[in-house]
Design a protein around this ligand. Structure first.
Ligand SMILES: C[S@@+](CC[C@H](N)C(=O)[O-])C[C@H]1O[C@@H](n2cnc3c(N)ncnc32)[C@H](O)[C@@H]1O
Length: 550
């Protein structure tokens, strides 16, 4: 996909006043044109969507943009509905017995669905107008508050699924007083959560029913509404106090929960099993969902990583922070000769299922090993060192430390594979995925002072850890939000240009220390990153007690 050049979009080369005025007009078009730029690329087979995106969008013609969007919405909705009818599928709805999920849709129908979602959003913004969009956009936290309260008080389980309950009766089952119960419920109803078929009578919708029946979703709402929401509310305070935003003990989370300079989030959760469990379930709900399935890495047919060469050679794959080893089990089911080591903190290793697989041929090739990735790597001479959902949990100084800890174990040619989000330039992602990934990036800031990374930032990360890591690039299986980032340990290659690229790209340095190079990014045992018993700068890891954190 070609790079979108912001500079040509936003900067005028003319100095004449009329040209400047024209340039300003052009700049005002940028946002709709940005989203259109995605649709041009990815919606080529999507006739109506492409039609909408081709529509000229000068401010004077905003009516035609609105109409184009409306037409696109109609056309894509008709496509979606035709598919549902042709396959005897129930129509989408929020009635209590409507299905909570869409079935797996073919690619073109799924694209229609996405187009409806972001075209309706854009049309809504146009209809609100800029000022009112800003005014009411900032009130969206109140939607989160209402949903969080509904979830916290377990209201969904108190309302019968197949009948109704009066507010008066519902109130007797909660500690909320009548006024607060009614106002929070009615706020949630504005978003399709519960309904009030007649005054004072409450009934489920399909959305509130999800909260009654899906405990992982309950955990997702709880973790987001009670941990991330609170942490986010303190991000500005954290940034004002510590603008470099790299420490695990100085994020919004610590300001929210009064643990600044005391402990990382993982340690806080480690002391509170209920909260840790909630986070674990919330993450299971997210990462088991659409676009995150492990099969995107394992199945070569879906664009996953092909380990046939390693399998033929009986190579070794180390999953660092591999939790209970589910990735290794899936890989071992596919590759019958490779060996696997799952490394995690002691507590996680102890709680892994035993045997790890019912198939002895699989189980005997997987070793579970307690290892803290903030200490020197103990599994020497493996072929692959794999990090999934690990590096994005850490700001650059810590991530560099994790990579450096591999070095004593590495043989020439060893591959380091990171499986994380990889951010693209703004406007290159479909708007749905862009929103999810940008939000995740900010969640990482709020909880851990960590970040999602761009390709250039991954490249810089490896370069800062050691110049003998040769960056191989980033690949993303179609339909998956996670990318496969790879570097190879090539001590003999020092001084040569890295493979597949003309010159190292200079990334926007989010951390001055990272840009300054490995020495500057050394994690020293300090109050922020206290030393552990064995002398490693390991407490930066989020502490061994944090092992359930995802
Ligand atoms: C976000 S989860 C990722 C788990 C798994 N890789 C996956 O893809 O779902 C982070 C994992 O890192 C582990 N972890 C946290 N700190 C660690 C450390 N210092 N050393 C080793 N593992 C650690 C946690 O126990 C957890 O299993």
């Amino acid at each position: 996909m070609g790079k979108f050049r912001l500079s040509s979009f936003f900067h005028s080369t003319s100095s004449s006043p009329s040209a400047d005025a024209e340039a300003k007009k052009q700049n005002r078009q940028s946002f709709s044109a940005l989203s259109a730029s995605f649709r041009h690329k990815d919606a080529e087979t999507n006739g109506a969507a492409a039609q909408a995106s081709k529509t000229e969008t000068s401010p004077q013609q905003s009516t035609s943009r609105m109409v184009a969007l409306a037409r696109s919405i109609t056309a894509e909705t008709e496509k979606l509905e035709a598919y549902m009818k042709a396959n005897n599928l129930p129509m989408p709805g929020f009635d209590v017995d409507a299905p909570a999920d869409f079935p797996h849709l073919p690619e073109d129908v799924q694209r229609s669905r996405q187009e409806i979602i972001y075209a309706t959003k854009e049309l809504g913004r146009l209809a609100h107008g800029p000022r009112e969009s800003v005014r009411w956009g900032v009130w969206e936290f109140l939607d989160v508050l209402a949903l969080t309260a509904v979830n916290h008080y377990g209201l969904a389980k108190l309302v019968p699924v197949d009948s109704t309950i009066t507010l008066v009766e519902l109130q007797t089952k909660t500690t909320l007083d009548p006024i607060n119960l009614a106002r929070l419920l009615r706020m949630a109803m504005c978003n399709g959560i519960f309904r009030e078929p007649s005054p004072g009578v409450i009934a489920h919708t399909a959305a509130s029913r999800v909260l009654a029946e899906d405990d992982d979703m309950k955990a997702w709402v709880g973790f987001n509404g009670e941990d991330i929401f609170r942490a986010s509310g303190h991000v500005l305070q954290a940034l004002q106090a510590y603008p470099e935003a790299t420490s695990l003990t100085r994020a919004g989370f610590q300001f929210a929960f009064d643990t600044v300079d005391k402990e990382p989030m993982f340690a806080t959760f480690g002391k509170d099993p209920e909260r840790a469990r909630r986070m674990g379930r919330a993450m299971a709900s997210l990462t088991g969902g659409e676009g995150y399935e492990p099969s995107y890495f394992v199945d070569v047919e879906k664009g996953g990583y092909d380990f046939s060469d390693l399998d033929a050679a009986g190579g070794t794959f180390v999953d660092i922070g591999g939790s209970h080893g589910f990735m290794c089990v899936d890989l071992a089911n596919r590759y019958k000769n490779m060996k696997f080591v799952v490394q995690d903190l002691q507590k996680t290793i102890d709680s892994a299922p035993k045997p790890i697989s019912p198939d002895p041929q699989v189980a005997e090739r997987i070793t579970l090993l307690a290892h803290d990735f903030f200490t020197e790597q103990v599994t020497k001479d493996a072929d692959v060192y794999f990090f999934r959902w690990i590096i994005h949990n850490y700001s650059t100084p810590y991530a560099i430390r994790i990579l450096k800890n591999l070095i004593p174990a590495l043989k020439p040619g060893a591959r380091i594979i990171i499986n994380d989000h990889c951010l693209r330039e703004p406007g290159q992602e479909n708007p749905w995925d862009e929103r999810v990934m940008r939000r995740m990036d900010v969640v990482m800031l709020a909880l851990l002072n960590a970040q999602e990374r761009t390709e250039a930032e991954f490249r810089e990360l490896f370069a800062a850890a050691d110049e003998r890591f040769v960056f191989k690039g980033v690949r993303r299986p179609k339909g998956c939000r996670m990318s496969i980032v790879e570097a190879v340990w090539q001590p003999e290659e020092v001084g040569k240009a890295d493979e597949g690229t003309s010159a190292p790209t200079v990334a926007k340095a989010r951390t001055p220390a990272a840009a300054a190079g490995p020495e500057a990014t050394e994690v020293k045992p300090t109050m922020e990153t206290p030393a552990t018993e064995n002398g490693a700068a390991a407490a930066a890891s989020g502490e061994p007690k944090a092992d359930e954190a995802k």
